[in-house]
Design a protein around this ligand. Structure first.
Ligand SMILES: [Zn+2]
Length: 363
């Protein structure tokens, strides 16, 4: 069997053979090959594995059309040769380990969304993104322009708060200054006859006790608040209590990227998720599907669980630049595939209803 020689080893997990290989298979093969490769190949393989989640087309299709795979992000001549060998002679692909499991590729999202074209078109806004005020690359006006392109009614600007120094978190004074810039952007949107409104928000940094790092009065003045954990994300112990405490934090509406997982880098936290989602439902708060491709957090298995609890779901991109607003297709696809009813998704609400819900939940 010639393909046995090419198949990345080091796994006793169940294997499947799919032909042609899909980008999800290629991502897994690249990650596996990286485990035994030497530098610098290892780094290139790991990067290509992560980038494969974002490739706009199936690599197999590109090759079939006689085009070069180096058009794809993260693919140079070396990676192209590796992938070509696999496509020509497909090895068995193991089921990914938990650190790479339940991630959709962009090609997957297109298949899912293609089954219900109205779904994506019904999304009225994006509820997590960063600007140059913290660690984003675009200004508020640039993010707003990209949102107008998508036909949105609203976007929430959720720069990091002061406790997260590494991401340039902003303090209360800066939040107030940012309000003036948002007001000016909204004013110019209105004078241009645009329907978009930029909402004031933050990605509130929560400590493991569920407490925020900002003055509550400052948060009360915002339109909507996302709360996220960014510390102690590698513990193996059950973290249910931290999530329950985070949800009970009166300042927040949405629990953002709940697991804290990153593709092939960090598994994320463990909790009795059913209890977490049940409390979110009881308090009428939302849990997020962060669509950033290497987060996809909540993952689909947990979104299915959240569906049973009946809590609200927030879709976001966690964009760090205007071009990343397209990542909404990942969160939208996960919600659709999990069968979340539209009325439970914040992003299907009108701006008025969303703002009404957000302010009532924080009274
Ligand atoms: Zn975050």
């Amino acid at each position: 069997m010639p393909q046995a020689a090419k198949s990345p080893k080091s796994s006793t997990r169940a294997k499947k053979i799919t032909a042609p290989l899909r980008n999800s298979d290629i991502a897994e093969l690249l990650a596996l090959q990286a485990e035994t490769a030497k530098m610098p190949a290892q780094k290139a393989l790991r990067r290509a594995s992560r980038r494969a989640l974002m490739w706009p087309e199936e690599a197999a299709e590109i090759l079939r059309a006689g085009r070069s795979l180096t058009d794809l992000a993260g693919v140079g001549p070396y990676i192209e040769r590796v992938i070509k060998d696999w496509l020509q002679d497909p090895p068995a692909v193991p089921i990914p380990p938990p650190i790479r499991r339940n991630f959709f590729t962009y090609a997957d999202t297109q298949t899912i969304l293609g089954k219900k074209p109205t779904w994506l078109a019904s999304i009225k806004g994006d509820l997590q993104m960063h600007t140059t005020w913290s660690d984003g690359e675009g200004s508020i006006a640039e993010m707003a322009d990209a949102a107008v392109e998508r036909g949105y009614e609203y976007i929430a600007i959720t720069d990091h708060t002061k406790g997260l120094k590494i991401a340039g978190g902003i303090n209360e004074e800066q939040v107030r200054e940012q309000a003036e810039e948002i007001a000016a952007v909204n004013h110019s949107l209105r004078s241009d006859g645009e329907n978009l409104q930029v909402l004031r928000s933050v990605e509130l940094n929560l400590n493991p006790r569920g407490e925020g790092d900002m003055d509550e009065q400052c948060l009360a003045a915002l339109d909507i608040v996302v709360g996220c954990f960014h510390s102690s994300l590698r513990g193996k112990q059950d973290q249910t209590e931290r999530y329950l405490a985070g949800l009970r934090n009166r300042s927040i509406n949405i629990l953002g990227h709940p697991r804290g997982r990153i593709y092939n880098f960090r598994l994320g936290l463990i909790a009795e998720w059913r209890r977490v989602f049940d409390l979110a439902a009881e308090l009428d708060k939302a849990v997020e599907i962060d669509g950033y491709p290497d987060r996809q957090d909540l993952s689909i298995d947990l979104v299915r669980l959240a569906k049973k609890s009946g809590c609200k779901i927030s879709l976001s991109t966690d964009s760090h630049g205007p071009s990343q607003l397209r990542f909404i297709e990942y969160s939208a696809a996960i919600a659709l595939k999990a069968g979340i009813p539209p009325e439970r998704i914040l992003n299907f609400m009108s701006r008025e209803d969303l703002l009404d819900w957000a302010s009532k939940r924080r009274e």
